[in-house]
Design a protein around this ligand. Structure first.
Ligand code: FAD
Length: 473
């Protein structure tokens, strides 16, 4: 399998930008056997936050991270950088975990946004973090009202950070007259995602975490004493944290039906700061529309415009293939959306496109647990396209589980393993494509102010079954 570290010919835009700032420096590859208290496998946000939070609590704990490529080369170094909360997932949270837990988790996700901002400031991480909120909008009349039910619930619980804006303001602050309705929450930020991941790596190293890159876990032998084999050395850890995200499925097939891997495709323009300023797009506010597979966009500090769209590519058997380490196959779809949102920019070329795998769970929420009930091996995955802020919560949960603590994190509803399963192959894959195509037809009809076909509406409900306002990046 090709990884960014193995195949240096392609790096997603953000990751390449972050690595250019790290002059020289070869990855530290593990080449001799080691012992450690805790080995974290996977150096994305989940693994890095877990390591940092462990070290904050127990500075003398020996913590090792291994990554098969470079830290941040997975989803963490290529995402949209939209730090949003779980407030729009309140209905799902309540359905699966009850009212009190739902309130607590919404608040925890808000706490995560502020904590990441504070952590970057305290540790001088230049991740271009801008606390300028997020706008959820309707880009056609069918999307209008999609936020009503969840906002009513948030209001009832007095945890509503959202306010409805006048349409003129929505259009002015989003740089597009396509938006017909919009809700703004200040509890959100944007970030250069790879610079956040690489910054966390540097802080973790300063705290004494030993990090080995280009060091894939080949096998995990769960019998006591636990061993992890890598190409050149064996690790003897007391405890293991599996922070593998989409790659969990290839190492541990028991999770193959717990998530669906789906691409999120992204494009970024050349710097066009004057044009963006004229359009009101300067502060990096995240703009997300309310279709099933959302459009999301924002400006960058150097005056580029980034646009992402989820829900294009569903790999057969959930296999992470080379498709995820190439420019996006769906540039035409991105271009069409871009031109529709920003007709005045249709002559602007994309400087880069790329893609990545999101791990969509049956609930639209991540899940955590002990691998095969093993007390010393914990895991977490399934962020479902909302992970930039939420991996901080994942880190809290996994650190607390590793330290055998009984606290709000270990007792949280998300620590119950996967809930439900997707159908087996080939039904899952065929079903995913059928639903995706129905959603595409339905949303195209709605964009043209036409009535969608009845059958397409019914099929689209399968994707919406999780919750109407669960949006997938
Ligand atoms: C294109 C895209 C856009 C997104 N946009 C947003 C967004 O705007 N906002 C938002 O909130 N969320 C977004 N997400 C989701 C978010 O990026 C993820 O939820 C989050 O980064 C997950 O972090 P992680 O550490 O769990 O996984 P990852 O960052 O994927 O880390 C897993 C790590 O495991 C390593 N690994 C794999 N196999 C092995 C092995 N055998 N041995 C050792 N290491 C291994 C990988 O190299 C990788 O570094 C997006 C995701 C994608 C793909």
């Amino acid at each position: 399998m090709s990884t960014p570290a193995e195949d240096k010919s392609f790096q997603p835009y953000w990751f390449a930008e972050a690595m250019q700032r790290e002059l020289g420096g070869q990855p530290n590859v593990l080449d001799s056997d080691i012992q450690t208290d805790v080995c974290i496998v996977g150096g994305g946000y989940t693994g890095l936050w877990t390591a940092i939070l462990l070290k904050q609590q127990q500075p003398n704990l020996d913590v090792v991270i291994i990554d098969k490529g470079l830290c941040g080369s997975g989803a963490s170094g290529r995402n949209g950088g939209c730090l949003t909360t779980w407030s729009t997932k309140y209905n799902s949270l309540k359905k699966f975990y009850g009212e009190q837990e739902a309130i607590r988790l919404v608040k925890a996700s808000e706490q995560a946004v502020y904590a990441i901002d504070r952590f970057c400031k305290e540790h001088d991480i230049d991740a271009q973090l801008r606390m300028n909120g997020t706008l959820y909008t309707a880009t056609n009349s069918a999307q209008k009202g999609a936020m009503d039910s969840v906002l009513a619930q948030l209001d009832k619980e007095q945890i509503n950070s959202w306010q409805k804006w006048q349409q003129a303001r929505v259009q002015h602050e989003s740089g597009s007259t396509l938006h017909q309705e919009g809700f703004y929450s200040p509890v959100a930020a944007s970030v250069q995602p790879a610079m956040l991941a690489r910054g966390l790596k540097q802080v973790a190293e300063k705290m004494g975490v030993r990090i080995y890159e280009d060091t894939p876990m080949e096998n995990l032998h769960a019998e006591t004493p636990i061993t992890i084999t890598t190409p050149n050395a064996t690790i003897h850890p007391g405890k293991v944290v599996l922070a593998l995200n989409a790659w969990m499925l290839e190492k541990f097939p028991q999770f193959k039906r717990s998530v669906v891997l789906v691409s999120s495709d992204m494009a970024i323009t050349q710097p066009i700061p004057k044009k963006l300023t004229a359009m009101g797009l300067t502060d990096g506010k995240n703009v997300v529309d309310l279709r099933t597979f959302v459009h999301y966009y924002r400006s960058t500090p150097d005056g580029r415009l980034m646009l992402g769209k989820g829900g294009n590519y569903f790999p057969f058997a959930n296999k992470i293939s080379k498709v995820f380490d190439q420019p996006s196959r769906y540039t035409r779809i991105l271009r069409r959306s871009f031109n529709r949102l920003f007709p005045s920019l249709q002559d602007e070329t994309f400087a880069a496109t790329w893609t990545g795998a999101s791990d969509r769970s049956t609930t639209g929420l991540p899940f955590f647990g002990k691998l095969n009930d093993h007390d010393d091996i914990v895991y977490g995955l399934g962020y479902s396209g909302s992970g930039v802020a939420q991996t901080w919560i994942g880190g809290q949960i996994l650190a607390s589980m590793t330290l055998n603590q009984n606290n709000q994190w270990t007792e949280c509803g998300l620590v119950s393993g996967p809930r439900g399963q997707f159908p087996p192959e080939p039904i899952r894959w065929l079903g995913a494509l059928t639903v995706r195509n129905a959603i595409r037809r339905k949303e195209h009809a709605e964009d043209c102010d036409r009535k969608p076909l009845w059958l397409d509406k019914q099929l689209a409900k399968f994707a919406n079954a999780v919750a109407k306002t669960d949006k997938n990046n």
